[in-house]
Ligand binder design. Structure first.
Ligand SMILES: *[C@@H]1O[C@H](CO)[C@@H](O)[C@H](O)[C@H]1NC(C)=O
Ligand SMILES: *[C@@H]1O[C@H](CO)[C@@H](O)[C@H](O)[C@H]1NC(C)=O
Ligand SMILES: *[C@@H]1O[C@H](CO)[C@@H](O)[C@H](O)[C@H]1NC(C)=O
Ligand SMILES: *[C@@H]1O[C@H](CO)[C@@H](O)[C@H](O)[C@H]1NC(C)=O
Ligand SMILES: *[C@@H]1O[C@H](CO)[C@@H](O)[C@H](O)[C@H]1NC(C)=O
Ligand SMILES: *[C@@H]1O[C@H](CO)[C@@H](O)[C@H](O)[C@H]1NC(C)=O
Length: 353
């Protein structure tokens, strides 16, 4: 074979060989393109089905699920929540707060108004239905509550109030089914089941080894004591007391009375004419009808250190505008504690006696 023959053969054969191979074995992409030309409509349907199967659950199940779980775990900020104007079967509740929205909800949306059922966690009984306002959220949200809460079960509210003063924690279960409109996604139907846990007062620590709230350092201080001589309206003591509020709420309690005793003997009673528990520390006037000579005798000759008296405190009543507030009264009556005071701290006001 001559050189030119070789060249000719390679010139003419090589490309045709390559074409033959290509025609016999098209690449995957080429085959796909060829098949797409014919079967494109099948692919469109297939892709649509995959999209629907994957995306729809995310939208219809995932989004509500994420939203539910986000709301149920939301650490609600009770800051500034005020319970005022207590009546036998209702009270006013007010809070204006900024909700922090996180959890991937960076867009904007709306949670429709809904009726939130409030239950005592320990008994699962509904005590009120709270009308939750519309919550529009974008970068955060405002929650403005300013409404009367009518109690459908006063006994349940009493139970809750008793738990709040006797236990170190208590819980309210909130349930409701609002709608969530989030960005351009379809409206999601939520199912809220939110447990709100709060700290209580531990008042009846005498039944356990726990520190009694009243005996805990700094739970309350008697800041001044004045003897009323002659007595005013039957009271012979006018004192001022500061009380720490372990709950995050502002609570208007009204008129509260306690019975006091010492070593089983009746010492008299005290009267807090208008107790308003502020968020941290509140101050209240305390009027007392007390057996002063018994107090002084105990301080001087009692079992304790000189000046020290141990007083047993028993809750007696709670009323507001002359009406008994049954749920607060139940909580006050559950208070049974004892506290030790050093009367030498108030010696200057007591010495004249
Ligand atoms: C809440 O309940 C009341 C009384 O049952 C009803 O009139 C009202 O429409 C409810 N509100 C919502 C947002 O469901
Ligand atoms: C008191 O608190 C404890 C722990 O938080 C809880 O397990 C218990 O059920 C509560 N008791 C009542 C009567 O609420
Ligand atoms: C109640 O007691 C618990 C411990 O038993 C304590 O952690 C909590 O701070 C106490 N609460 C108050 C209000 O004293
Ligand atoms: C009571 O007095 C103590 C010591 O001065 C202080 O640390 C505590 O915060 C006071 N408590 C209240 C409720 O005022
Ligand atoms: C008790 O003292 C407070 C001020 O400390 C005073 O406003 C109040 O009028 C007094 N009450 C009586 C009955 O003296
Ligand atoms: C308890 O207090 C109330 C009012 O504060 C009083 O009327 C009642 O006589 C007191 N009870 C005892 C046993 O001291």
């Amino acid at each position: 074979m001559s050189k030119s023959d070789l060249e000719n053969s390679s010139d003419s054969d090589a490309p045709s060989n390559a074409n033959a191979v290509a025609a016999a074995k098209p690449t995957v992409w080429q085959r796909f393109k060829a098949s797409l030309k014919r079967w494109w409509w099948c692919y469109v349907i297939g892709v649509s089905i995959v999209v629907l199967v994957v995306v729809l659950p995310i939208v219809y199940v995932g989004i509500p699920h994420i939203a539910n779980s986000y709301i149920n775990k939301y650490q609600f900020d009770y800051e500034g929540l005020a319970i005022t104007n207590p009546r036998p079967t209702a009270f006013h509740i007010k809070q204006s707060t900024k909700l922090k929205i996180g959890g991937g909800f960076s867009g904007s949306g709306t949670l429709t108004p809904f009726n939130a059922s409030c239950k005592v966690q320990s008994s699962d009984e509904e005590f009120a239905v709270f009308t939750m306002p519309t919550i529009d959220f974008g970068k955060g949200a405002n929650l403005d509550i300013d409404q009367d809460l009518e109690l459908s079960c006063v006994d349940c509210m009493s139970q809750l109030a008793v738990e709040a003063v006797t236990n170190h924690s208590f819980g309210v279960l909130i349930t409701g089914t609002p709608y969530l409109k989030y960005e351009a996604l379809p409206t999601a139907h939520l199912n809220i089941h939110m447990l709100m846990h709060m700290n209580g007062y531990n008042f009846t620590g005498e039944f356990t080894e726990e520190v009694y709230f009243l005996n805990e350092n700094g739970a309350f201080n008697v800041t001044s004591v004045d003897l009323l001589d002659p007595p005013v309206d039957g009271f012979n003591v006018n004192a001022t007391m500061t009380i720490r509020n372990p709950t995050p709420f502002i609570i208007e309690m009204g008129h509260i009375t306690f019975n006091l005793s010492m070593g089983g003997s009746d010492l008299g009673y005290i009267d807090l004419p208008n107790l308003m528990l502020q968020q941290d520390v509140s101050s209240s006037v305390v009027l007392g009808n007390l057996d002063i000579s018994m107090l002084v005798h105990e301080a001087l000759f009692g079992d304790g250190e000189l000046g020290e008296v141990t007083i047993d405190v028993k809750g007696h009543s709670c009323d507001y505008n002359g009406l008994e507030i049954p749920y607060f009264a139940a909580a006050i009556k559950a208070i049974q504690a004892s506290t030790t005071l050093d009367l030498l701290n108030y010696a200057s006001s007591l010495q004249n006696f």
